[in-house]
Design a protein around this ligand. Structure first.
Ligand code: AMP
Ligand code: ZN
Length: 285
């Protein structure tokens, strides 16, 4: 298989886009996809100062590298959560990345607040870790005058979370599954997920193509995510499933968030100026 752009040996055959690319041509193609998402969904504005939360895993490594290559004003944040050897190993990777891509790194230690994730009882570890991360990202960003906190969440993260919660009958989260969540209070910094339409395998190809440092070590506390396995399986049978799903979620959010409008002709509730029924009447009567 040959690269469609330059004819060299292709490393990836992207079924969804019907294109095969080599490792030299792939990164620019991938970046153009992220650029389009950011623009289409207004995920990050040009003048905003961005704090990229980087764990050392491939997804957040890709996120910050792409933002840097797209010329955003970006710095990194690494949170040392105090998880056995894992936290120190990840910090080393993130430091290496910071030097390689020339983006400055800020490090916050949970132990400065008097405890580590290793001190939390096993049953509560994941929820405590999530709470600590969200709290520290927001506080650091606000105190250091960042406009946006960006994370490396992928479409699989979002889709698996959505399915898990739909099955659990819990749908309050729906407004949160958007690529950009404005801070609803002066103390809350806007959150951005520039990779929300991207898949993990696309991210893997990007880090490998550019030889970026990243860790394959999994957090020793993270249980296997069955929902994610299911999501991979569906995607393998139905190309584009993840992308369609996350785009659908954005539309649900838009509809829910919009103020109620009334039809200019008949006064019934509508999503545009004239309701669909009056449009039919106008056309066929
Ligand atoms: P997770 O909650 O582990 O699925 O991670 C989701 C996102 O949170 C990652 O893509 C990163 O952007 C960010 N993140 C996770 N762990 C850390 C960390 N220790 N320091 C900074 N950012 C992190
Ligand atoms: Zn090529």
């Amino acid at each position: 298989m040959k690269c469609k752009k330059c004819g060299r040996k292709a490393i990836a055959n992207l079924k969804q886009y019907k294109i095969a690319l080599c490792e030299c041509c792939y990164p620019a193609f991938y970046e153009s996809l992220v650029k389009r998402s950011i623009k289409r969904h207004g995920i990050i504005k040009r003048n905003e100062k961005v704090l990229a939360a980087v764990s050392g895993g491939k997804d957040s490594v890709v996120m910050v590298s792409v933002l840097k290559n797209l010329d955003y004003n970006v710095e990194m944040l690494y949170i040392d959560l105090g998880i056995r050897n894992y936290s120190k190993n990840c910090e080393k990777i993130v430091k290496e990345l910071s030097e390689k891509i020339d983006v400055s790194l800020n490090v916050v230690k949970l132990s400065d607040y008097g405890f580590r994730i290793d001190d939390v009882e096993l049953k509560k570890v994941c929820s405590a870790c999530g709470t600590a991360k969200r709290y520290l990202m927001n506080k650091f960003a606000r105190e250091n005058k960042f406009d946006v906190v960006a994370t490396g969440h992928t479409s699989e993260d979002i889709v698996s979370f959505a399915i898990k919660n739909i099955v659990g009958g819990n749908i309050e989260w729906i407004g949160k599954l958007k690529p950009r969540i404005e801070g609803f209070d002066v103390k809350i910094v806007t959150k951005a997920r520039p990779l929300f339409e991207r898949m993990e395998k696309e991210n893997m190809l990007y880090v490998l193509s550019l030889n970026l440092p990243f860790t394959i070590e999994k957090c020793p506390n993270t249980p296997v995510n069955d929902w994610k396995e299911i999501v991979y399986e569906i995607e393998s049978k139905k190309t584009g499933f993840n992308q369609n799903f996350v785009r659908g979620l954005v539309r649900i959010g838009e509809k829910r968030g919009a103020e109620t409008k009334y039809c200019k002709i008949c006064g019934e509730v509508t999503s545009s100026d004239v309701c669909a029924f009056c449009k039919l009447v106008g056309r066929y009567s």
